[in-house]
Design a protein around this ligand. Structure first.
Ligand code: XMP
Length: 323
């Protein structure tokens, strides 16, 4: 019968058999799926696995540290971190169009990942023949159920990898649903911050700044987002909402009054939604006192933000993200 213990045991045995004494690579995105897949493979083959984390500078507050420190501490995984923040900022400079930003982020990600991969392959050691992917059962169904070599769906995740890779795939979560993946992750001892993490787009905060992405704007949005998350967690609402994008309208300014003076700052949008699968969504009816707390804190604590607005649009017609 189905227990997380059995799933782990079975997967560990079959990964060992599949990989033998060769090596595997896994890209970590900070998300639940890649983290649990990596932890399972690590349990099976230990140091024959190397994980790669590309720090593109578009993560939320604390997320990179969760991967670099907490995930590594919990699993003992061998991790190669590539600090590519400057590179991404440079590539994104002057770009405001959402699709253009997505393309740039995806392209840079693949380049950085390939470089890291080449370095790992060049290291002494057995052949690197496997690529670990956090594919879930719904992904398998969605893409027609094909198995096998690396024809990875590259459309959605920044984890989307080049399609001409010569790797064999290891996909230990192929039979699992999201809630089961979370249970397996928990059983493997992964930190709650990773296991219970809400969906977060691959292009990260890059598509939550309406306008050009700059270091200053990212820092500002990171602060506002951290406050919103903190208050939602404190109010016990994490399970009630599917996700809550926090968006910076960088190209919009409005007049405000703060302290003893007039300000001319930017609005922050809160976009809390409830959903089953992100295909459709409704705006979450958050308690007014929680919204008030978030609004007060953001306008008090985040420089250049003088207004907090609530998005009350369902999907459709609005998408969950603003870009
Ligand atoms: P939308 O905005 O299309 O979002 O209603 C639906 C879900 O997908 C996430 N999302 C993305 N995830 N890369 C991702 O990995 C992306 O480019 C991307 N765009 C949107 C979004 O956060 C929501 O959960």
């Amino acid at each position: 019968d189905w227990t997380t213990g059995n799933v782990i045991e079975e997967q560990v045995a079959s990964i060992r058999e599949l990989v033998g004494d060769r090596r595997a690579i896994c890209g970590l995105s900070g998300g639940v799926d890649s983290a649990v897949a990596a932890a399972l493979v690590q349990k099976a083959i230990g140091s024959q696995l190397t994980c790669v984390y590309v720090d593109h500078g578009l993560m939320r507050k604390g997320e990179t540290e969760q991967v670099e420190k907490d995930f590594v501490a919990a699993t003992g995984v061998q991790l190669k971190v590539v600090d590519a923040q400057e590179r991404f900022l440079k590539a994104l400079a002057g770009v405001s169009d959402p699709e253009e930003k997505r393309k740039i982020i995806g392209r840079e990600f693949i380049r950085v990942f390939e470089q890291a991969q080449a370095e790992i392959i060049a290291d002494e050691g057995p052949a690197v023949e496997f690529l670990v992917q956090g594919t879930l059962y719904p992904d398998v169904v969605e893409s027609g159920g094909g198995t096998g070599t690396a024809n990875i769906k590259s459309h959605h995740n920044v984890g989307g990898l080049p399609e001409d890779l010569e790797f064999k795939l290891v996909e230990p979560l192929r039979q699992l649903f999201k809630d089961e993946v979370r249970m397996v992750g928990q059983e493997l001892g992964l930190p709650d911050e990773i296991v219970q993490r809400q969906p977060f787009p691959g292009p990260g905060l890059g598509i939550r700044i309406v306008g050009e992405v700059t270091k200053e704007r990212l820092d500002l949005l990171r602060e506002a987002d951290a406050i919103a998350r903190e208050e939602l967690t404190a109010a016990g609402l994490d399970r009630d909402i599917w996700q809550c994008p926090v968006v910076l309208l960088a190209d919009v300014r409005s007049v405000g009054v703060q302290g003893d003076g007039r300000t001319y700052g930017h609005p922050i949008v809160l976009r809390p939604v409830s959903s089953e699968d992100a295909m459709t969504a409704d705006w979450s009816r958050l308690p007014y006192d929680v919204l008030a707390k978030i609004s007060t804190r953001i306008t008090n604590e985040v420089r250049d933000v003088n207004r907090v607005v609530l998005d009350v649009t369902s999907k459709p017609p609005g998408t969950i993200e603003w870009e």
